[in-house]
Design a protein around this ligand. Structure first.
Ligand SMILES: [Zn+2]
Ligand SMILES: [Zn+2]
Length: 650
């Protein structure tokens, strides 16, 4: 037997017998590693641990914390669920069963007359646990297309047959564990035994291949873990997430609403939500002024021709909102899907010299994009939303500096809003296929280097993804982790060589020649809607005082003290503190509980004692009684709390 060379992530190289498996390699390092490893990347492709390695390779062994391990684990769990379903519901047919961000699902069709409901889930879970305990091996087998078709014809599963029809002969594999065989590319765990904790979460209808003209299948969602404690923690997190759901809190805290009359996916901001949103906008505007941005305003619609020039008509126009025609002239307008074309025209409004650059145009611009009604979700997936947009037009030699400045703004925002945990991703060209990108090689190299250098200079940890860039330029994305550890994509910075070309933007260089500026698109919040949703879920609706749309509520202990309460309330209002007066005819205990539920940061309570001493009693949300204070001390304290948070970021 000949030897092969295996390279590890630390660049060390070891020799093994040809045909060794990743699992055996793990064992040769330590038994402990072999027990924890769940999948392996072999030359960058995720493989079964039990697949023989026949040539020199580089290898990464994945434990649970790696997403490659989780996906392998959850995909294997989907097969385990399918096996359980087949034994409980003979004749059941299977669509697709992938791993997803958290867990897995399988689309299935039980025999006619049989319906699987939520109440059946525990039974299926138990069967899965039984099978997992039997340590069934997942076995990979290459099959010819005709054999694959024969197998599923005999089984009578038209969904798998349709999938096989679309596959190339010679590249088809089956996986079998226990009595269940599936058409599958893999990879899988060596066996079912690591699947120790199982929870089937929900059932939904799903059209075959996502097409509403097709049959509706039953989609069963589940999640599994190698330890019971992990599942328990996950279920607690899910409960907490439900309480923080921005759709629920948005309603409870009277921030926004939707109306079927106005239309689906079109949020209506209520007065309290508008205060919150305005404060965020004012905050960003004041930061942007310091960074040399100029605010502009452009209309909500534009001539179709504008978006044909920009290319957005190709991308958003045809299948989305139909053009609006003016009655007499018959002009064609579209709802604005992007602000950039409008800003390009502002750039073109007069000749530009190299000395004018960079130009930074900022706009809280509302855009409209069609989303299918089934895809709409609270404020995170809407049909009309406002981007905290800006476009920077600069020279190539200014690109890196401009990038650094945008990163600074994004970091400021994260700090002000307490997003401590974030990751970034740089999306670059596919180095093996440069043909699909527009712009010269030289420009791309410069831009990619500028982004990489900028992130290095700022000391930000980034993942570089090759082949993920848009065709018109590389980009940097920011993902934050919220208080529950969930990841949200927020800010983005994108270099663009395309629009300056399409709009023929120019500046006169120091050489007296015409040059194309580079355009940077950036939106630190992403959109106001999405950002507010994330902020609600991150803070559970307990906003920092400076953002809170209701900072103080003044509550008299009884009607007798209404006048005193009102004088306090007026004093607070005079200081621009967002105060409310609660002189409802209710018991004081009830009012305190009620405002606690509404997450009001401070309650000011006044009665006999306070009125005669000329002071107030203060309660802080979640902290309780702070004792009595003079009104002027209280005002000083909260003004400090508000300005402290803001000044830190200014
Ligand atoms: Zn599979
Ligand atoms: Zn843009």
């Amino acid at each position: 037997m000949s030897k092969i060379k295996v390279r590890f992530p630390d660049d060390s190289v070891k020799e093994f017998e040809e045909g060794i498996t990743s699992l055996e390699i793990a064992k040769s390092i330590s038994m402990r590693l072999a027990n924890e490893v769940l999948a392996a990347s072999v030359n960058g492709e995720v493989w079964d641990l039990t697949r023989p390695i026949k040539s020199d390779v580089s290898i990464i062994l994945h434990k649970w914390d790696d997403s490659e391990a989780k996906h392998t684990f959850w995909h294997s769990s989907a097969h385990l669920m399918a096996e359980a379903l087949e034994s409980l519901y003979p004749g059941i047919k299977f669509g697709i069963g992938p791993s997803i961000e958290n867990g897995f699902y399988y689309d299935v069709e039980p025999k006619e007359g049989i319906v699987i409901t939520e109440s059946d889930l525990p039974k299926i879970e138990n069967k899965m646990a039984d099978l997992a305990g039997q340590k069934e091996h997942y076995e990979r087998k290459e099959v010819s297309k005709s054999d694959a078709l024969k197998y599923f014809e005999k089984k009578g599963d038209e969904y798998k047959l349709e999938l096989i029809e679309g596959l190339e002969d010679g590249k088809i594999t089956f996986y079998t564990q226990g009595n269940f065989t599936d058409l599958c590319r893999g990879p899988h765990l060596p066996d079912t035994s690591p699947i120790k904790a199982i929870k089937l979460l929900s059932i939904a209808g799903a059209y075959w291949r996502g097409d509403e003209h097709n049959k509706q299948l039953t989609r069963i969602y589940g999640i599994t873990f190698p330890k019971k404690k992990m599942l328990d923690d996950y279920l607690i997190m899910l409960e907490e997430a439900k309480k923080r759901d921005h759709r629920k809190l948005g309603k409870d805290l009277e921030l926004f609403t939707f109306s079927s009359k106005v239309g689906q996916g079109l949020p209506l901001w209520l007065p309290k939500g508008t205060i919150l949103r305005n404060r965020l906008e004012e905050f960003l505007k004041s930061v942007q002024v310091k960074y040399g941005y100029e605010q502009v305003i452009t209309p909500h619609i534009g001539q179709k021709e504008l978006y044909v020039t920009s290319g957005h008509y190709e991308k958003y126009g045809r299948d989305s909102f139909q053009p609006i025609h003016t009655p007499v002239e018959g002009e064609e307008f579209l709802l604005k899907p992007m602000n950039c074309p409008h800003h390009c025209e502002i750039y073109k409004s007069k000749p530009r010299s190299y000395k004018d650059l960079p130009l930074r145009y900022a706009e809280f611009g509302t855009v409209y994009r069609y989303e299918q009604s089934g895809e709409l979700h609270g404020l995170t997936r809407v049909r009309g939303f406002t981007q905290d947009d800006a476009h920077i037009f600069c020279r190539p030699d200014q690109l890196k500096d401009e990038f650094i400045k945008v990163i600074d703004i994004i970091l400021l925002i994260f700090e002000a809003l307490d997003f401590k945990d974030f990751t970034t991703q740089i999306s670059l060209r596919d180095p093996n296929d440069k043909s699909k990108y527009i712009g010269s090689d030289e420009n791309w190299e410069k831009a990619e280097k500028a982004i990489i250098d900028a992130t290095e200079e700022k000391g930000i940890d980034t993942i570089i993804e090759y082949g993920e860039a848009a065709f018109y330029g590389p980009k940097l994305d920011f993902m934050v982790k919220d208080a529950l550890g969930r990841k949200w994509q927020l800010g983005t910075i994108q270099v663009d060589y395309n629009l300056p070309d399409r709009f023929e933007l120019e500046y006169v260089g120091s050489d007296n020649q015409r040059h194309r500026p580079i355009m940077i698109h950036r939106a630190p919040f992403g959109s106001m809607e999405r950002f507010v949703a994330v902020l609600i879920e991150h803070t559970a609706g307990e906003f920092p005082l400076w953002l809170s749309p209701r900072q103080v509520v003044v509550i008299p202990v009884s009607e007798k003290f209404n006048d005193y309460a009102e004088s306090i309330f007026n004093n607070l209002k005079d200081k621009n503190i967002l105060a409310e007066l609660d002189n409802r005819n209710e018991k004081i205990g009830y009012k305190i509980r009620d405002w606690e539920i509404h997450k009001v940061p401070y309650m000011v309570i006044v009665g006999e004692k306070e009125e005669s001493a000329g002071n107030i009693s203060v309660r802080k949300h979640k902290k309780g009684d702070l004792g009595s204070l003079s009104l002027s001390d209280f005002i000083d304290n909260i003004m400090n709390e508000i300005s402290g948070k803001i000044s830190k970021t200014n």
